[in-house]
Design a protein around this ligand. Structure first.
Ligand SMILES: [Zn+2]
Length: 497
């Protein structure tokens, strides 16, 4: 008998200090699919939902596609947008008839107006509707802020083990396989959860090297124990001023005692490594000076982490742009600048035109005023392409238009949406070849390295003015649990719950 498995996706990383609220339009722009549209959008992609689909199709189970909605990280999700998506999901579940299981791809760091733990609220309402007996398995982003409440709705959580996140598909596969296995065997499964009073910056959270690489190695080793189904270390998302903020560990097991021991060990290791996550980064002028000292045959990347849209940056700060123009930097590429007004002006003027533009600095002018330039329009595009890099491979992207402009010697990519330069196609689709530049000045943090590491000689991180600054004292927190490290001085491992 084929089992009927619902699949759904609700994804947002919410920066509660951002002035840019996330309304329903942001979900429409990034991806909002219902029913069979989901299969068209995600089948064959290296995403969590792509993983769900592959496992269920190979196992010849019936896929019941429900609702998938994602928006680029930005400010808190409006209550209306959350209600609209949640209602659509609950309605789709109700209309689907009897389900045997449910697969959910969640982020875990969403915040909604008036709701600090929306993933738990969503799970609570889904449980109310489908009852306690239908198994649910869910994936989580490594930057999830998980509450103990979430674990009361299901023990089956699978967090990403890579940053850049290139194992979304694998975790989707594991969630789906475990769900099917659990449905077949009815074997009891337990979750061991440890929440730490740790709010970690993510700049040194990459899994290629450093403290998170060691932790992921330990988690993978723990999974060799046949009782351990999954061991997840979550770094958390620090730009959430909510009681649920902070790093955590989730161990899914068939033996609660063994699971508890593994989660204690991983929590202790994370706590012991905490100092390694904190980095002092150069200012923008210092970063450019560092880049100028390097002789290399491949481009040098400057990562302006404080305006990384995938950390909730507005994507339109001007600090790095201003400095590059001031220095008349040669063979440099800057992007992407989110500036729909300037983009429209370029579209109106056409390729080859010269025009005056006020670039960026609109959404959060406290981080830098617009920069006035005379620009030449080199090329225009509709901004549609498919990712070719290792992250979200194959996923369709729509930048809502793009323009390649040139200001003196500086090449700039303008987009109609805020986007991290995570895939080289962002540039190549409009004819910009990043390998031909000496300097790539990008609004990114770490995800871009999955695609860009092979083409750059070095990455220099800079903490310019912006919403995703590495320095938490730039933000006034009111709702996070206290004490919490590194804001407060704590010297012994504190477990919140
Ligand atoms: Zn993440």
């Amino acid at each position: 008998m084929r089992k009927r498995i619902g699949i759904a996706f609700f994804y947002h990383e919410s920066h509660t200090f951002s002035p840019v609220k996330t309304g329903i339009q942001s979900f429409y722009e990034e991806g909002y699919y219902k029913g069979r549209e989901i299969l068209t959008a995600y089948r064959g992609t290296k995403t969590e939902v792509g993983g769900f689909i592959d496992v269920l199709e190979q196992a010849e189970q019936a896929i019941i596609p429900l609702v998938c909605a994602a928006a680029i990280p930005s400010g808190v999700v409006t209550f209306d947008a959350y209600e609209e998506i949640k209602t659509a999901m609950l309605t789709a579940i109700a209309e689907a008839g009897k389900l045997d299981g449910l697969l959910l791809a969640l982020h875990g760091a969403m915040v909604v107006e008036g709701v600090s733990d929306p993933e738990s609220e969503l799970l609570s309402e889904i449980r109310e509707q489908i009852g306690a007996d239908i198994p649910i398995a869910a994936t989580l982003d490594m930057h999830a802020n998980v509450s103990s409440r979430m674990l009361t709705f299901t023990p089956l959580f699978f967090g990403f083990k890579t940053y850049p996140h290139i194992d979304m598909y694998e975790q989707g596969v594991r969630a789906a396989q475990t769900l099917l296995f659990h449905m077949a065997t009815k074997q009891p499964i337990y979750a061991s959860f440890r929440k730490l009073a740790l709010m970690l910056p993510s700049v040194n959270m990459r899994t290629a090297e450093g403290p998170m690489a060691d932790l992921m190695q330990a988690a993978i080793e723990a999974e060799r124990n046949p009782h351990i189904i999954s061991a997840t270390v979550l770094g958390g998302f620090p730009y959430c001023d909510i009681p649920e903020a902070g790093a955590s560990v989730i161990v899914v097991s068939t033996d609660q005692t063994i699971g508890d021991a593994v989660s204690d060990a991983l929590a202790a290791q994370l706590w012991a490594a905490r100092d390694q996550f904190v980095m002092q980064l150069p200012s923008i002028p210092e970063a450019i000076a560092l880049a100028q000292q390097i002789e290399a045959d491949k481009p040098i990347a400057i990562a302006d982490i404080a305006d990384n849209p995938l950390s909730g940056g507005t994507g339109d700060t001007t600090g790095l742009l201003r400095e590059l123009l001031l220095r008349d930097e040669d063979h440099a590429l800057f992007g992407a600048m989110y500036d729909p007004e300037s983009l429209q002006a370029c579209m109106n003027a056409g390729v080859g035109a010269q025009l005056k533009l006020q670039l960026g600095g609109r959404l959060a002018p406290e981080y830098g005023e617009p920069v006035e330039v005379i620009a030449e329009v080199i090329k225009l595009s509709d901004g549609r392409f498919h990712n070719t890099g290792p992250m979200n491979t194959g996923l369709g992207i729509d930048t809502k238009g793009a323009a390649h402009i040139r200001v003196r010697k500086l090449d700039i990519l303008l987009t109609g949406r805020a986007l991290s330069a995570n895939d080289i196609e962002l540039f190549r689709h409009i004819g910009i070849e990043p390998t031909l530049y000496k300097l790539l000045a990008l609004k990114v943090k770490n995800h871009f390295r999955a695609a860009f590491d092979p083409i750059v000689s070095e990455v220099i991180y800079t903490d310019g003015p912006g919403l995703a600054s590495n320095v938490f004292k730039h933000f006034t927190y009111h709702h996070i649990p206290r004490p919490i490290w590194p804001i407060d001085d704590i010297d012994s491992l504190p477990l919140i719950e």
